[in-house]
Design a protein around this ligand. Sequence first.
Ligand code: S3P
Length: 441
Amino acid sequence: MKNSVLINHQLKSFNKKMFVSGDKSLSIRWALTASQAIGASRGYNLLESDDVKNTLKALKKLGIKILKKKNYYLINGNGLNGFDYKENLTINAGNSGTLARLILGLLIKSKKKINLIGDKSLSRRDFYRVIKPLNLFGLKIKSKNGKLPIEFQGNDYLTPITYFEKRGSAQCKSSVMYAALNTPGVTKIKAKKSRDHTEILFKHLNFPIKIKKSKKFDLIEIKGLHSYSGFNYRIPSDISSSAFFIVLTLLSKNSKLIIKNVNINETRTGIIKILKKMNAKIKFRNIRKEMGEKVSDICIESSKNYKSINCPTHYNTQAIDEFLIIFLFAAKAKGVSYFKNLDELNQKESPRLKIACKFLRMIGIKIIKKRDSIKIYGKPNLKLNGNYIVKNFYKDHRVFMMSVIAALTLGGNWIIKDMDSINSSFPDFIKKIKFLGAKIN
Ligand code: S3P
């Protein structure tokens, strides 16, 4: 069946070392930041997925020269707002919320009208969250219900803002940070903790940025109109892609895996902290700093007797992209796991909390769902032998990958549709699964 995978074998035990692809958040940030530098920047180990390709395509349409070399990408920036494009340009962000939200901030000074569009999944997502602060800088934006398509136009008369980011959204924070870069004066941000890749990159490049951290919030000040030269950057592997292989190893019998060179930025390692509290054997080895980011090899060993968790909510933003696979793990843990304050999960590529509930019920797991919480009644001996079909209405890459891990660890006969969804974050996913010995048609 075209664009579906058929799985009717559980994965046998394995003991391997592997790499996963480059980090998506860092790949997009490198490209956007390099586009504003003066001169050439090289990006090594860039993730070659649709979200990143759409970023490069958008920048090319804006007049930035980009070349693919043998083992790196080359971006030739023309300095801040050094774009050259025709009036009424259309930028298609495809499936990528990160690209769509960050590029709006980046283009705050660009005077010719631009239309921003996306696919069916992105077109259902909220853009008010970035429209509001960008309006305050002086960006003119037209949209229906705060959703794509959006028509917008930057200008030269921008004023810095004081912005309170309450959601814990790194996309909102970063969109404002890119706008601040193009605005004279000092922009001040108070942001609920979320991934801090943009801050680390700006610091690494010696931008005039001040950061004060407290337990729940970070205070960030950026002085705009700082020009900078091209820079080389090596992107480590993505912990969100690694997450599927971590849980695959934990739920397989007598298996071990080392995933090399993964970004373990503190704001992204919620999954590790959660799984460890549930008795998972996971270790970081060879921890080092690269380009200001923490990187390490991750060693995983399967075991038995996983236990449930009452998940502390301060892990939510640190694990926001990993909850689907964490819920699957909780389905195999002893006891009742409880995850709460997960409103944002329904704002992702698909309404993930709703979809997770449907999926868990389909495989015979009792759950209790409230508006923004879920209780999962784990079954450590869960074994499946029925037929299961997963149709992925919004083509959510993470729904597809979580379903494959379920099929490979729980048994049963599976048809999992919309394989092409993996192209947005992890095109090599099937190849890597096969490398571990999986039989997939
Ligand atoms: C991202 C931030 C998160 C995450 C997304 C990538 C980023 O979104 O879910 O996959 O690169 O900044 P929010 O900031 O909206 O929570």
